[in-house]
Structure formats: C-alpha cells, structure tokens
Design a protein around this ligand. Structure first.
Ligand code: COD
Ligand code: ATP
Length: 197
C-alpha cells in the first residue's frame, strides 16, 4: 500500500485531484476534516478550555471554530499553543485512518492544506505530490465558489507557498491549470509512477 501527501495552494484543485485518485481506486483523507474532528474529542476540548478559556465553546460545550481562530491566530505564540494541542492528535488520527483505509485500498491520498515545509513534515508518506495552477486561475476558481472575497483569497495566496516552492519540495507535480481531462491524465501518470516505486 502506498501513501501520498497531496499539497497545493487555495483553489489549486486539491480536492478535485484527490477525487480523481479515488476514481482510480485510492482511499482519500482530508486533513482539515481530521482537524475539525479532533476538536470534538474530550482530551482536545479539555486542553483548549484550559488554554483558551470557556469563551471559545458554545452552550452545548462544542468548540466554535471562528472564536477559536480569533483566540489562536491573534499572536504567533497563541497559534503555537493551538498547534501543540491539536497537531499530535491530528497525526495520530490520520495514521489510524491511513491504516484503516490501507486495508481496503492499494493507495491512500491525504490532502494536506497547511504546514508542509519539506518532505520531513510528511515522513509518513511514500510520495509528496504538489497540485499547481497559475495564481490567476486559482483566484478565479476560489472566488467562483462565492464564500470568500477576492481580498481574502489574495491574502491567503500571499501567505502560502508559491507553486515553484511546492514543486521544489515535491516528488511529483500535477499541473491542474487547464481542463479536467488533462488533469485526469496527470493523475493517472502519478498514480502509476507511485505504485511502481
Ligand atoms: C482554529 C481552527 C479551528 C479554525 O478552523 P476553520 O476551518 O473554521 O477555519 P480556517 O482554518 O480556514 O481559519 C479561519 C481563519 O483563520 C485564519 N488562519 C487560518 N490558519 C491560520 C494560521 N496558521 N495563522 C494565522 N491565521 C490563520 C485565516 O485567515 C482564516 O480565514 C483550525 O484552523 C484549527 O483547528 N487549527 C489547528 C489545527 C490545524 O492546523 N488544522 C489544520 C489541519 S492539520
Ligand atoms: N481543472 C479544472 N478545471 C475547471 N475547474 C476546476 C478544475 N480543478 C478544480 N476546479 C474547480 O475549482 C474549484 C476549486 O477546486 P478544489 O475545491 O478542488 O480546490 P482546493 O485546492 O481543494 O481548494 P481549497 O484549498 O481552496 O479548499 C472547485 O470549484 C473545482 O470544481
């Protein structure tokens, strides 16, 4: 069984590409979803309450993500605190899901949105795959979804690694700058190459 870590900037098409891997038989995991799941677990909730206080919870005792983001992203130190609480649990849950899906699939693809500086950050993966598309295309796609403004998307693009930086650390690069058919061909090429490794 092979494991791929799939990275790419906002609107690059990570989820679209992950689903193309699924069509070829891969199991898929979205690390953001895992991050949201761990916020519902008792141990993480306890640590968040102790660190950020009761204000980041609703009346039913669930984390309000927008309040947690406001409390955790106001200073780099607070962000570190949140990451120290969540990241080990996210990785533990991710490994558990990889193991589970690995029983059913020859490949598991993990969509990773943030925090990959180098291959060392994804030691658990057999291959690091970057999805790239020109910034103007990504901007257009992300804005077309309608949930974020042009300013929000530009700010996120500016904070993220460039396509050249991602390509430099990746084992394989998938160009998702044009149509879906071309992207499918790219996915097949990478699927076969990783399976042959
Ligand atoms: C704080 C949480 C709950 C907010 O989650 P949510 O999905 O609702 O929003 P999102 O992550 O898109 O962030 C909300 C806003 O905060 C800002 N933001 C996000 N990440 C960062 C960051 N590292 N530094 C500064 N600002 C950030 C963005 O401007 C964004 O608009 C979430 O980011 C979290 O749990 N983070 C810690 C764990 C983690 O790193 N998860 C990612 C998967 S590994
Ligand atoms: N090759 C393509 N041609 C046309 N549209 C595309 C293509 N790839 C992705 N899209 C569309 O672009 C939008 C963004 O794609 P997707 O959600 O897969 O990106 P993402 O990298 O996972 O995004 P984010 O990180 O912002 O959540 C979606 O609406 C998707 O349908």
């Amino acid at each position: 069984m092979k494991t791929i870590a799939l990275v790419g900037g906002i609107g690059s098409g990570k989820s679209t590409i992950a689903h193309m891997f699924a069509e070829l038989g891969a199991g898929i995991i979205n690390l953001d979803d895992v991050g949201h799941f761990v916020l519902t677990t008792p141990g993480v909730k306890y640590d968040i309450a102790r660190t950020f206080g009761a204000n980041v919870f609703d009346e039913r005792g669930e984390v309000v993500r927008s309040r947690l983001a406001a409390a955790a992203f106001d200073t780099p130190e607070h962000t570190e605190w949140l990451n120290a609480i969540t990241h080990p649990v996210i990785m533990q849950e991710c490994r558990r899901r990889i193991g589970e899906l690995g029983q059913l699939h020859d490949m598991v693809v993990v969509e990773v949105t943030t925090g990959v500086e180098s291959k060392r950050d994804v030691r658990w993966a057999d291959a690091l795959v970057a999805v790239v598309a020109p910034a103007c295309v990504r901007m257009e796609r992300a804005c077309a979804r309608g949930d974020q403004s042009t300013v929000d998307v530009s700010r996120r693009i500016a904070l993220q690694k460039t396509d050249a930086q991602l390509a430099a650390i990746a084992d394989f690069t998938i160009d998702n700058g044009s149509d879906l058919e071309s992207a499918q061909a790219e996915v097949k090429r990478v699927y076969d190459a990783v399976m042959a490794q």
